[in-house]
Design a protein around this ligand. Structure first.
Ligand code: NAP
Length: 248
């Protein structure tokens, strides 16, 4: 039986690249998305066309009932989850703190922080050897922004990723004896649509050129790091925060 991997926000960007690589490596893949059903279906169809197992489930990670339903659907359709990639993440238009509304900050924290906590909770309930599970791996997708702060762009997003770092460190220690490893990747400037959601579609090309490696990263380069942290190749890593950032 193929191991089951849940990837939140798997319809585009880093999540889609991770879903595709995970299927290539033999995982049965469940990907979630929030609203772009067509994009999620294209990822699933491409995996199935190559003989892989995949399904897409609409679930907003910031809504508890959605997250509970996501995991229950995967239980029934594919079996017990062995790996969770907490990838779903969002940012809003570049703004200074003085111009941020409370609703915007709440939306950012809802997806990036509450969403990661809820999905990790559902995964731990299933994976923990204390609860009859077989163990597993959780990989959180944080950001270099957690260290850099994103001044003038989106410090709400950067702060939400610092919370993801701390979730990674704390949960790793909490569940280490229960067969669960918890790690994070911290991507730098990766060429995806997320920069357009910030109102700056040229950001990856513009900032990439100034990085030590001289370019933005690709979603596939982040996916390879995620797959490594999810696999037994990284069996002695837990609570690790792996920068995938071209030297940024
Ligand atoms: P992206 O291209 O904008 O894709 C975001 C994905 O997350 C989409 O599949 C989207 O689904 C989903 N999503 C957003 N909010 C959601 C919610 N509330 N519930 C469920 N799904 C939700 O972004 P990306 O660049 O691949 O980013 C993926 C992760 O990497 C994020 O956590 C991001 O913060 C992190 N990251 C990215 C970069 C970068 O430079 N690209 C750098 C550092 C960290 P829909 O399309 O259906 O809305």
């Amino acid at each position: 039986m193929a191991e089951v991997m849940i990837i939140t926000g798997g319809s585009r960007g880093i999540g889609a690249a991770t879903a595709s690589l995970a299927a290539e490596r033999g995982y049965a893949v469940a990907l979630s998305y929030r609203r772009d059903e067509g994009a999620a279906a294209r990822v699933v169809d491409a995996i199935r066309a190559r003989g892989g197992v995949a399904l897409a489930i609409a679930a907003d990670v910031s809504v508890e009932e959605d997250v509970v339903r996501l995991f229950q659907t995967v239980d029934g359709a594919l079996g017990p989850v062995a790996a969770l990639v907490n990838n779903a993440g969002a940012l809003e238009r570049q703004a200074r703190l003085a111009d941020m509304t409370a609703a915007r900050v709440q939306r950012t924290l809802g997806t990036n922080v509450l969403g990661s906590f809820l999905c990790a909770r559902e995964a731990v309930r299933r994976m923990s050897t204390l609860r009859g599970g077989a163990g597993g791996a959780i990989v959180n997708v944080s950001s270099r922004a957690s260290q850099l702060g994103s001044p003038g762009e989106y410090i709400d997003y950067a702060a939400s990723k610092a919370a993801v770092d701390t979730l990674t460190i704390g949960l790793a220690k909490e569940v280490a004896a229960e067969g669960i490893r918890v790690n994070a990747v911290r991507p730098g400037i990766i060429d995806t649509d997320i920069h357009a959601s910030g109102g700056d579609p040229g950001r990856a090309a513009r900032l990439g050129a100034g990085l030590p490696l001289g370019r933005a990263g690709s979603p596939e380069e982040v996916a390879r790091a995620i797959l490594w942290l999810a696999s037994s190749e990284s069996s002695y890593c837990t609570g690790s925060l792996l920068d995938v950032a071209g030297g940024r």
